[in-house]
Design a protein around this ligand. Structure first.
Ligand code: MG
Ligand code: MG
Length: 260
C-alpha cells in the first residue's frame, strides 16, 4: 500500500523528521574517540523518551533479522553498513561510523542516516565514499518532483554512485514511509528513468544511497542483524526522509525543519 498524507499528517511528519534530524545532529557532535556504541544507544533511548516519541527499532522483527532488534539506533562501524546492532565496542580514531535512526512521533515515522569519521583522522578514501553517498542523496532529492517516477530518483542516485566508482547493491534501498517505517514503494539505488510509481504531493519517501568500496555483496554478522561488506572494505550511508510537495520535495529530517 502507498500512503498519501493529508496536510495535518504532513505537519506531524515535519515534526517527526525534525526530531530525527536533531537527535542525529546531537549524536554526531557527541561521538568521539572512546565513545562506546552501547553509550550511543542509551543516549538515543533517553532522547526519544524525552521527546515523547516511539522507537521504530526496539520491537522491530522483520523476516531478514533475528528480531526483535532490542536497541534504539543502528551503529555500523567500518565494514558494517546497514542494521549495525549496538554492542560493546569503543570507537577509535579514524573509525567510520554510520548512524541510522527512525522514530515515530504522533503516529508518523521519519528515518535518516549519516556517516562520519571519528576523531582527528580524515582517511581520504572514507571521506570520498561518504561524500559520494551525500551527493547521490542530493541528486535523488532533486529528481523527486510531482509527476516524476521512482525510476528517475533511482537513476539519479545510481548515476552519482557509479560515476564515483562504487558498485551498487540492489538488495536494500529507499522506501515509502508514513504511519509505519517501511512501506511501498521501494526505491532502488539504481534504475531507469520514467519507470515505476509516479510521485504525487503527500508521498513520503526515505532515500538512502549506501555503498561499499569494492563490492556489492553483503554478509550477515553472527548477531543476525549487522550487514557487512563481503570483502571487509569500508562502507558509507546517507539517508533523508522527504515529502513530495506541489513544488518539488522538502527534506524533513533536518534539525532546522521544526522552525518552518
Ligand atoms: Mg534508516
Ligand atoms: Mg530507511
Amino acid at each position: 500500500m502507498i500512503e498519501i498524507l493529508n496536510a495535518a499528517e504532513l505537519a506531524r511528519a515535519r515534526a517527526s523528521g525534525a526530531l530525527v534530524g536533531r537527535i542525529l545532529q546531537e549524536l554526531t557532535s557527541r561521538v568521539t574517540v572512546g565513545t562506546n556504541l552501547l553509550e550511543i544507544d542509551q543516549w538515543v533511548q533517553v532522547m526519544i523518551a524525552e521527546a515523547g516519541a516511539q522507537s521504530c527499532y526496539v520491537d522491530y522483527a522483520p523476516s531478514f533479522g533475528r528480531g526483535p532488534f532490542g536497541h534504539y539506533v543502528c551503529t555500523s562501524v567500518n565494514d558494517a553498513v546497514l542494521h549495525g546492532l549496538p554492542h560493546d565496542y569503543t570507537l577509535a580514531d579514524g573509525d567510520l561510523l554510520s548512524l541510522d535512526l527512525a522514530v515515530s512521533l504522533d503516529g508518523i515515522a521519519a528515518d535518516s542516516a549519516v556517516s562520519v569519521v571519528v576523531g582527528a583522522a580524515q582517511p581520504s578514501e572514507s571521506m570520498a565514499m561518504i561524500d559520494a553517498t551525500r551527493r547521490a542523496l542530493s541528486a535523488g532529492i532533486a529528481a523527486a518532483r510531482p509527476g516524476a517516477h521512482i525510476g528517475d530518483i533511482s537513476h539519479a542516485i545510481g548515476a552519482v554512485l557509479t560515476e564515483a566508482g562504487y558498485p551498487v547493491n540492489t538488495d536494500f534501498g529507499g522506501h515509502g514511509i508514513g504511519s509505519t517505517m517501511h512501506q511501498d514503494p521501494h526505491v532502488p539505488n539504481t534504475g531507469r528513468p520514467g519507470r515505476g510509481y509516479q510521485l504525487r504531493p503527500g508521498l513520503l519517501l526515505a532515500l538512502e544511497p549506501w555503498v561499499m568500496a569494492d563490492t556489492d555483496r553483503l554478509v550477515t554478522d553472527a548477531d543476525g542483524w549487522t550487514l557487512r561488506s563481503a570483502t571487509g572494505c569500508r562502507t558509507a550511508h546517507s539517508e533523508h526522509t522527504i515529502a513530495i510537495t506541489d513544488r518539488g520535495a522538502d527534506i524533513l529530517t533536518l534539525p532546522a525543519a521544526i522552525a518552518r
